[in-house]
Design a protein around this ligand. Sequence first.
Ligand code: CTP
Ligand code: MG
Length: 254
Amino acid sequence: MTDAHAARSGVGVVVVAAGSGSRLGASLPKAFVPLAGRPMLAWALETVAALPGLRSLVVVVPEALADPSLPPWSAVSLPVGAHVVAGGAERTESVAAGLAALDPGCDVVLVHDAARCLTPVAVFERVVAAVRAGADGVVPGLAVVDTVKTVDADGVVTGTPERTTLRAVQTPQGFPREVLLAAHASGMVATDDAALVERTGHRVVVVDGDPMGFKVTTPEDLERAERLAGGPRALGGGSPGATSGRSAGLTSSP
Ligand code: CTP
Ligand code: MG
């Protein structure tokens, strides 16, 4: 690697945690709701901090919680050098706010949902490796077990996609920084970042996701996460990143 390349390499991670969690229905924004005694955001950040090559981390939260000295942050350890910014009304806006605050020296950018708080660090590593191997976009995905139907507004079935061609996708989703910035500059809105990149004509690939990468959406999901957080995974030290070396902060911060 040349010195010039080294100066422009490193992984940037945007953790989006600015949603209200209306389907969870808790009294706090979802990312600050406790899971086994610590906010979901704390679990997610602990994993991100264990990612090798992490250069920049931006955490996007509701505007009212954008000051990390506020009480809901007390059980969240923010990695040294991380930035906290306010998000927007739509997830796409929150991602854009995070991207604007990332160190421009990152060559690879990952976007991760704080609500997928138990995603193992190995998934992050697979996504980074696939971006570095040349993909324009990388999403972790799992085979779909149910047969899926498309329907019209009246609930009439319009089709049955071949199940072997379907994947349920998760985060972190990874991209070369320039590709993701260009996709967001298009002004389109989507429920994930890969959709924006797909629409700008780029090739997005799927790598193996992980069942632990499920999104906490409903109270039932939170109960499931509680059971898993206290389960066998906790034997490795109680954190999703416990099997890969820990990092106290970022490799280089702006
Ligand atoms: N998110 C965000 N900004 C928004 C909406 C969502 O940063 N305006 C984040 C959430 O914090 C979450 C992720 O995007 O980590 C996935 O969104 P979702 O699971 O839908 O969370 P919420 O929007 O908070 O939940 P709900 O849709 O039930 O209100
Ligand atoms: Mg939502």
